[in-house]
Design a protein around this ligand. Sequence first.
Ligand code: GLP
Length: 267
Amino acid sequence: MRVVIQDNYEKMSKWAADYIAKKIKAYNNGPEAGRPFVLGLPTGSSPIGVYKELARMNQAGELSFANVVTFNMDEYLGLPHEHDQSYWYFMHDNFFDHLVDMKPENINILNGMTDDPEKECADYEAKIASYGGIDLFMGGIGVDGHLAFNEPYTSLTSRTGVRNLTTDTRIVNSRFFGNDPEKVPAQALSVGIGTVTDSKEVLVLISGHNKARALAATVEGGVSQKWTCSALQMHNGAIIACDEEACGELTVDTYKYFLDIERGERL
Ligand code: GLP
């Protein structure tokens, strides 16, 4: 696992955007050219800086999304697209609407209004497989270490399915629902931990003091379904991009180790 520690949120976002851009460009110019680059995407405050920078590159003509297919991590069950807290709305508002050459038919987001959630999730897995899997899955994590909506004690081999949200997560996410946890949907559709770890690469953004315990669990704790993010330790292509604030619970030797091996301008 790589852990890339940046001074602050802005630098973390820039590093991650540059990394994603490098991957898309290398793919478009490499032997796989012609096949779409398959990118997994999260919602939340963590990726907003990355989305802004990727959109800037796209508008400046530095990076094309014409050959990119996206799959989002999750969606609240029961929220229609036009609800301003649906992840469909978030993704269009914060990212897709700002891209000049993203093809709408290449955007995949689980449908929270489906009347057959099991089929919706099975179809999503099948569609990912039809592209040969995900090349790079960007993610964020919750304060309890949930990756997508895979709450503590979700199987580390789980696939896309319906998830019950914990009280803790509904409280944390209530900041977007008038601070009323009851207004936060009780269930979501989410890719599984196994879906994420099947990706060729996984890039997770971890920022801020409130994620310090989760970062320590991701990097230093044992692999455990209690912290579903810890499954990344078993992935050969996992990268954590974090900021200084999130490093508060790492041991000093871990912190120094990663600064040491990541020193320089390595992307
Ligand atoms: C939600 C999403 C997660 C996301 C998490 C963290 O619970 N389902 O995919 O990683 O929020 O959000 P934030 O980046 O705002 O801290």
